[in-house]
Write a protein that binds this ligand. Structure first.
Ligand SMILES: Cc1ncc(COP(=O)(O)O)c(C=O)c1O
Length: 485
């Protein structure tokens, strides 16, 4: 809060007053003159405060009358349905998703006017100028960097910087424990290969990131899908039931913070329970922490790894979503499997190239990184609210969204029976790319969902695309109803 500009601190103050009903719908906001007087701020700060709340949809300006309290439409969005946790968990299956996902990804490779299928922020949200000048100065400092052989085991400065930054997530580790990887996806591959082999059963969240399903398929492993809440993440209760039902689970993979695609956040209590459960059952727990630095607020959520006292948690992360989508710097803390993962990394891809490691290390160690994260999170929060407002305005009745507390994606539940594949095809015809729900599970449970990117600045073009997408969904939803009738 202390780090927020004054106008934002005051905007939060008035937003709280609106949220708790002190300022009611239709009430007049104190005048700009009064705000200046009461808070001892300049005209520009008082105006910025009002404009901030107006942009977020909480105030409307009426000519010559001032600002009045309104309620954004997104507040009325109904949250996505919680999963039902039955007495039975569907058995594990070999993942047969690759063809479906590859076809959709291939179709999505074409140039589109509006890409809503990404899981990163827009390029302007990342510190491209600083990264460019760091790249140039690094090459000046190490003129032979690209022609000498690479430091074995990953760049020392980066490993030290990551160990230091991990303290923010509650993880205490040393540079020696950090293994640098090619993004989080290689970290996940290595973790799975270290603890399991072809034919083994891996418990995953349902829905889950399609990339993980592709990895499981490529390794010949089976996915056991565990019901997962759009707000609180994997159901530890359902996982416990699965462990009682099937005695052959070889690992559990979870994204505890801003899960892809749900955006859910596990409460600390659930995280502790999950770590203890896996430990007790002797089942390795793989933590994918790709998004936690994008959580709203000043504090990075506590990693599962913090509660790991026996090395049973393998922690995987990367800078892809938080610092540089164009760099493939990831890392893994492999706990008890450190030696095995080191060997697998060497056998798999050798060490990562060093230029991006040094650039990342220098940036992570500077205060520019903290400034970047603050700015990124607050831009994402504004963009997310605008996208939710557009969904509430343009999408048909029956649409549900659980607002995530951070991140770059919204998981949209369309009216029952609406096919995400049909919406994907129709939207692509209009040069709009969305990510259909059918990619996120081996089952067909999520066929009426879409994952929509909310990391782009909200422009008129984006508004036009959202309006059109709303019409497409409306059309698909009502033609489904006709068929059902
Ligand atoms: C949950 C999750 N894990 C892993 C990855 C892959 O990460 P990276 O690009 O760092 O390899 C992604 C990318 O979308 C993701 O959403």
């Amino acid at each position: 809060m202390q780090n927020l500009p004054l106008y934002k601190q005051l905007a939060d103050h008035y937003l709280n007053a609106i949220r708790c009903g002190t300022l009611k719908l239709g009430d007049r906001m104190p005048s700009v003159r009064k705000l200046m007087h009461v808070h001892g701020v300049s005209l520009s700060t008082a105006l910025q405060l009002c404009r901030q709340l107006e942009t977020e949809g909480w105030l409307e300006a009426r000519p010559r009358s001032g600002y009045f309290v309104r309620q954004p439409r997104r507040v009325r969005l109904i949250p996505a349905q919680e999963p039902t946790i039955g007495k039975i968990i569907d058995p594990a299956q070999f993942v047969g998703i690759h063809e479906k996902v590859s076809e959709i990804i291939a179709q999505g490779q074409r140039q589109v006017k509006c890409n809503l299928a990404r899981a990163t922020g827009g390029p302007a949200l990342y510190p491209h100028q600083q990264l460019r000048s760091l790249t140039v100065s690094t090459l000046r400092r190490y003129p032979e960097l690209l022609t000498k052989t690479i430091t074995p085991g990953g760049n020392r400065e980066l490993k030290a910087a990551l160990a230091k930054r991990a303290l923010d997530s509650g993880i205490s580790t040393s540079a020696d424990q950090v293994i640098i990887t090619n993004g989080c996806i290689e970290a996940l591959n290595l973790a799975l290969r270290a603890v399991a082999q072809a034919g083994d059963v891996i418990a995953v969240e349902s829905p889950t990131f399609y990339g993980l399903l592709q990895v499981l398929e490529s390794l010949g492993m089976k996915a056991l899908e565990i019901p997962t809440s759009p707000s609180t993440g994997i159901s530890v209760e359902a996982l416990e039931l699965a462990m009682r039902t099937y005695d052959n689970i070889k690992a559990v993979v979870v994204v505890p913070h801003l899960q892809n695609p749900l955006g859910s956040m596990m409460p600390d209590q659930h995280k502790q329970k999950l770590v203890a459960l896996c430990e007790k059952q002797g089942i390795p727990l793989i933590e994918d922490d790709s998004y936690s630095a994008l959580a709203d607020g000043d504090k990075i959520p506590t990693a599962l790894k913090q509660w790991d006292h026996s090395g049973n948690v393998i922690y995987c992360a990367s800078v892809h979503k938080i610092l540089a989508p164009g760099m493939r710097v990831g890392w893994i803390l492999a706990g008890r499997w450190q030696e095995r993962v080191n060997m697998l990394k060497y056998a798999h891809t050798r060490y990562n190239e060093e230029l991006s490691q040094i650039v990342t290390a220098t940036f992570l160690l500077s205060s520019a990184y903290d400034r970047h994260l603050r700015k990124l999170r607050s831009s994402l929060a504004v963009q997310r609210e605008k996208m939710a407002e557009a969904i509430a305005t343009y999408f048909p009745e029956g649409t549900r969204v659980t607002m995530p507390a951070g991140g770059v994606s919204l998981w949209v539940e369309m009216p029952a029976g609406t096919s995400s594949r049909a919406v994907f095809d129709a939207a692509l015809e209009e040069s709009i790319l969305v990510s259909p729900g059918l990619m996120y599970s081996n089952s067909n449970r999520f066929d009426h969902f879409l994952r929509i990117n909310c990391g782009m600045p909200y422009t008129q073009d984006l508004d036009d695309a959202m309006r059109l997408l709303g019409r497409i969904i409306q059309h698909q939803a009502s033609s489904k109803q006709h068929i059902a009738a």
